[in-house]
Design a protein around this ligand. Sequence first.
Ligand code: ADE
Length: 230
Amino acid sequence: MSLGIIVAMEEELEIVLKELDLKSEEVYAGMKFFRGDLHGKDVVAVVCGIGKVNSAVCTQILVSVFGAKKIINIGVAGGVGVDIVPGDIVVADSLVQHDVDATAFGDIVGQIPRMDTRYFESDKSLLNAAVAACKHVEGHNCFVGRIATGDQFIADVAKIKWLESTFNALACEMEGGSIAQACHVNKVPFIVIRSISDNANSGAHMDFEKFKGIAVENSSVILKYMLSHL
Ligand code: ADE
């Protein structure tokens, strides 16, 4: 059974690649797919690039070409909830695309017209495995809740407040919601696990650079413990 691992940035795959017993490399849509054995599991790991289109294209390739039966997305996110600080982890129980707006037709914001749901729900057993794995990340808190995705790097307190009041979101990022949608239409179980790199406020771009390393390390620890217990 092939398990797809998606990250958005090269630096997020570095640690994974060091631990991967590589079997093959293939390129589709300009993305390099690394197939191999990771902590005893047959996986395909890939950098999808930034944003919703890249991540959706990548997810579809994992499903259609590699036959991925489960998808795990790890990476960084901006913290939205007040108690969430850089280094903390948010495991998504559901995701929404905050930049979808067809309110002119009477849909609520985040609702993709004519789709059966506004929130895409993560797989429960992957979620439980992720939460258990979080216990191995020392010194940081783990939260379970909604992640809001959009093609925007959020660096604005008013926007964070809006994400919280509109979607009850704990974190924001740029790929998870579209991975979730692609998995939903393919009926493939998924989980999105994000480590907080910034608080999505006016200093977000500076915090992002400062805390990205810790966030990447956290994600790789979680992935390791998760895979060995799946
Ligand atoms: N990923 C990490 N930080 C982010 C932010 N502030 N906005 C969107 N995506 C992010």
